[in-house]
Design a protein around this ligand. Structure first.
Ligand code: ADP
Ligand code: MG
Length: 236
């Protein structure tokens, strides 16, 4: 299994890589935001809002990383969030069974200038998530194997002042399920010793022929998620 650890606490050459990528990411934004001023006002407004949402909430990062998994042809995407107050850590893991990446791709994707899409969205999913985790004293780990799948794991300092808030994780999951009705999602949220799970494979068994993105089913799933959250009382 090919793996890259992109971390502040990593080897010396890795931290050099991190700084370098960060500087280039800042350069990228400066370049692209300069271009925004030529846009008509309403468009500039919409675009600007989208960018700040992507950068300010963990739920938006999760959406972007899970969308990568969808594009990679995943049939099952596991989203695993764990909060540990004693260790003061928050970890977010996204595991997929999609097409995976070769070692050289893994190295390139942490570079903000790289994409396989012809037009790079402002998302910059992986570099932005790496940056967000490092700002809170954490790190990003990317493991992938061609033909097998990909695991993205980001850790954060739970109570770190620069740790981004979770944001609306329930709506994020609903968007993912509603927009990708042929993909299964296994969602786990643990807060210390309390945890809840939601598995669309289980839900599918119960609803039989009703599509998972039927409005009533989505409403039911939203209810289950909201109840799960209120029971475990997460901090993020
Ligand atoms: N889960 C994944 N499986 C396979 N390839 C991936 C996965 N996540 C990311 N990639 C590859 O890494 C590239 C960069 O991802 P990302 O940083 O989110 O930027 P973008 O999605 O805008 O291209 C993707 O275009 C894709 O080629
Ligand atoms: Mg992406």
């Amino acid at each position: 299994m090919a793996a890259v650890l992109w971390s502040n606490h990593g080897y010396e050459d890795q931290s050099k890589l991190t700084t370098n990528i960060h500087e280039r990411a800042v350069g990228y934004y400066t370049l692209h935001f300069a271009g925004l001023f030529n846009l008509p006002f309403p468009l500039r407004f919409a675009f600007g809002n989208g960018v700040s949402q992507i950068m300010l909430e963990l739920a938006a990062h999760i959406l972007d990383i899970a969308e990568n998994s969808v594009r990679a042809g995943a049939r099952l995407i596991e989203i695993d969030i764990e909060e540990d107050t004693a260790k003061n850590t928050l970890s977010i893991k996204i595991i997929d069974d999609g097409q995976g990446m070769k070692q050289e791709e893994i190295e390139k994707v942490l570079d903000p200038f790289y994409t396989t899409k012809t037009v790079r969205r402002v998302g910059l999913g992986l570099p932005l998530l790496a940056d967000a985790s490092q700002r809170s004293g954490g790190s990003l780990q990317l493991e992938s194997e061609k033909g097998k799948g990909t695991t993205v794991k980001a850790t954060f300092g739970l109570s770190h002042v620069d740790r981004q808030p979770m944001g609306n994780i329930v709506s994020t999951l609903i968007i993912l399920i509603a927009g990708n009705s042929d993909v299964d999602f296994f969602y786990k949220y643990r807060h210390n010793d309390r945890q809840f799970k939601l598995d669309t494979r289980e839900i599918r068994k119960e609803i039989m022929d009703v599509p998972i993105n039927h409005p009533e089913i989505l409403k039911y799933i939203r209810g289950v998620l909201e109840e799960g959250f209120s029971e475990i009382k997460p901090e993020a």
